[in-house]
Design a protein around this ligand. Sequence first.
Ligand SMILES: Cc1ncc(COP(=O)(O)O)c(C=O)c1O
Length: 395
Amino acid sequence: MPPLKVPIGHIHVSPKARRYVLDVLRTGRLSYGPYTRRFESRFARMHGARFAVTSSSGTVALQIALAALKEVHGWPDGSEVLVPATTFIATSNTVLYNNLRPVFVDIDPVHYGLDASRMERHITRRTRAVIPVHLFGQPADMDPILAVARKHKLSVIEDSAETMYARYKGRWVGTLGDIGCFSTYIAHLLTTGVGGINTTQDPELAIILRSLMNHGRDSIYLNIDDDDRTGHRKMRLIVKKRFSFVRLGHSARTTELESALGLAQLEESFVRDIRIRRANASELTRLLSPLEDRMQLPSIRPGCEHSFMVYPIVLRRGTRKDRIVEGLERRGIETRDLMPLLNQPVYRRLFKLDAREYPVSRWLLESGFYVGCHPGLGQPHLRAIASTLRRCLGR
Ligand SMILES: Cc1ncc(COP(=O)(O)O)c(C=O)c1O
């Protein structure tokens, strides 16, 4: 029998999801409509947020979050935004798209979030915001980050592309800062193919975000229902303004098809799937604990929840990563590097970064990788990961 494959991600399209997608195709309503409204309001409710706004990717969610805050606060071009030195490249790219400057801050060596104790050394009079990233499924340590942000009057954008339905000391990710940004890309916790979601408690920001992902339209007309069932005077105003663009926006809408897929998952499998992820991660940690002298396994910050989008492993000094990763891949166990950012060719050209300033990120880059722990994996897969790692380490 060929060895069991252990992929990084997994997708299951349930009969309900198929039904919803077919319903969209049957009605022919593809643009923003009832499925997206239900998807947004359910996602917002599940995260204790007043508003959720869908767009075409997590990257767009970040990009328009920055644009909205830049507009509201009048940040000049070239203002600085703190971002962790270990994250997916989209976090810092979106800072650049907004004519702002990313300033990298190292991460904490146990939970891998932006290290609040290192923020102040990077803050200048041009610093306007910080983007803590809830990496791998675990919230960053928000209380100290928020305290520094408050002290220096910084806006806070949560990059929660990898973390949903997790609480930090009782508060949901996506509601801890000014705007939360989520991704529903393939292999994420909620998968619609492509997609992003912003959450906020602020009605003014919600309106600006919706306008920004819709070409910067006047908020009087943001979807084709806005001119239905309205009085004569309002209708005249809408007709006058529906082709009025009040800010530089983007074409970043999704369709009802993505929302149909997302809504079906939220209604029937999302919470259960996250529970399975947590159970899989806990089982992996149990199986791998005899190897802890050679590798750092993920740990959960006290008082917090971890949604385990992936299962990160960082080898301790003295153990070579290439041999281990090769051994896993040869056995059919997929791995990925832990978000290498500082060494990216494009960033080497753009920035003069001194890797010595980022010892933790450097360690993750040299010695870290992740494997999957999604609901498509069961005991045999988890055992295969553990036994392969044991063999690679000669145990
Ligand atoms: C931390 C982080 N931020 C942003 C993104 C970008 O999301 P998307 O791929 O939906 O544009 C990702 C995506 O994978 C991510 O992991």
